[in-house]
Design a protein. Structure first.
Length: 162
């Protein structure tokens, strides 16, 4: 079952997020202690695994994420890859800091059939004081085939309290 926030009031406050390391924050989502991102429920995916430098989202595209031709919209691939790659970077963000995606790129290698469960794996290639770089891939859970790849650059920002 995908747990998600129902309103902005259900999300953690900035102070609550800053009190945790990125890995603690992500582990809290996986364990159900922290609210999952609402977009996961909208797009049909959820956090499946997380460890330092790695995040895996699992999802199954259904008709609501198709383009006018009835195939999975490229934005679904992009959203999933952005989530996995950026959350992998988040696992390397220190307490008192946040991150955001600066840019990402995807390559779709084949169409994902509707109803097929996939894993989207994000892996950190570099996480420094101010930037994080990660790569990602979407693979079928049952067939192991590669459906898309991606890369991202994120900015890591230390938040100074007044």
């Amino acid at each position: 079952m995908i747990k998600h926030a129902l309103s902005p009031a259900d999300l953690l406050s900035t102070d609550e997020v800053l009190a945790m390391s990125g890995l603690e924050f992500m582990q809290g989502i996986l364990d159900g202690e922290n609210p999952a991102p609402p977009i996961g429920a909208t797009m049909g995916y959820h956090l499946h695994k997380v460890s330092e430098g790695r995040a895996v989202f699992r999802g199954t595209p259904e008709f609501n994420v198709t383009n006018p031709m009835g195939t999975v919209h490229g934005g679904w691939y992009g959203t999933l890859l952005d989530s996995a790659m950026a959350c992998a970077v988040m696992t390397r963000v220190p307490r008192g800091s946040v991150y955001t995606t600066l840019e990402y790129k995807i390559n779709i290698t084949r169409a994902i059939p509707l109803g097929m469960t996939i894993d989207c794996i994000g892996t950190v290639d570099h996480a420094g004081r101010s930037t994080g770089v990660a790569s990602g891939e979407i693979r079928g859970v049952d067939d192991g085939k590669l459906y898309a790849t991606g890369s991202t650059t994120c900015i890591i920002m230390a938040i100074k309290k007044p």
